[in-house]
Design a protein around this ligand. Structure first.
Ligand SMILES: Nc1ncnc2c1ncn2[C@@H]1O[C@H](COP(=O)(O)OP(=O)(O)O)[C@@H](O)[C@H]1O
Ligand SMILES: [Mg+2]
Length: 222
């Protein structure tokens, strides 16, 4: 599922709220259980991984050590989880001992995603997976997100400004405007809404090349 919205719509605040990093009102439920007000340690323990747009990597620590910082709640299965991360991102295995500060933007995104996977979450929140990345790297990241869903059985929730990227990748979309839900539903259904299409999908904002097999509703307006 993708949360789509312009800069300032509230996507990151929504994710921070789910993780208990900011104060929230109302209720937040994970598989029917309230996690409202229980804080980030509880959220991670309950099975939510978070790859924040802020990354917050440790620049002078190695790629491997950065990944290990995500394993605090899953210390018994570090090797197993690390192997999964390396299978998904072979480049992180190749660069294991390199300092994070010397990694490219795409590699940092991979470290951020990999670190979130080190706690073996059931639900992964990924904030702006493609921001600032070249189209080829965006496609690589998109493929890894699909593998997390299809091969690892994860529920993946992404926040995206790039509506065209989001609609090709996600089965469901939620459109956020100034903190409010403007529309939500199956990607294919929303693709038929002319108002939304002209507001959000009118021009190709990203240049992401859909991988074979990726559903591409409304290819005419990409
Ligand atoms: N704790 C807060 N209290 C009030 N306003 C906030 C708080 N956190 C973020 N905002 C504001 O909410 C808006 C949404 O921010 P953000 O979630 O970062 O948007 P997005 O990730 O969609 O770009 C911004 O205008 C931001 O300044
Ligand atoms: Mg944001």
């Amino acid at each position: 599922m993708a949360i789509v919205g312009a800069n300032g719509a509230g996507k990151s605040t929504l994710f921070d709220g789910v993780m208990g990093l900011v104060h929230t009102r109302g209720d937040i439920r994970l598989a029917g259980e309230s996690i409202q007000g229980k804080g980030p340690t509880f959220a991670v323990g309950a099975g939510i991984g978070y790859a924040s747009e802020r990354f917050n990597l440790f620049p002078y620590m190695s790629v491997r050590d950065n990944l290990l910082t995500g394993a605090w709640t899953a210390r018994k299965s570090i090797e197993e989880n690390l192997l999964r991360v390396h299978t998904l991102f072979p480049r992180l295995a190749e660069r294991e001992s390199q300092e994070a500060a010397t990694c490219s933007g795409g590699e940092r995104q991979m470290i951020s995603l990999g670190r979130a996977l080190m706690s073996a979450p059931k639900l992964l929140l990924v904030d702006e997976p493609t921001i600032g990345l070249a189209p080829k790297i965006c496609a690589e990241i998109a493929q890894s997100l699909q593998r997390m869903r299809d091969e690892m059985g994860l529920t993946v929730l992404i926040a995206e400004q790039n509506a065209n990227f989001a609609i090709r990748l996600a089965e469901r979309l939620l459109i956020l405007e100034s903190g409010h839900i403007r529309a939500g539903g199956q990607s294919e259904e929303l693709a038929k809404d002319e108002g939304l299409v002209s507001a959000y999908f009118g021009k190709d904002a990203g240049g992401f090349e859909a991988k074979e097999g990726v559903k591409s509703p409304g290819a005419a307006w990409t």
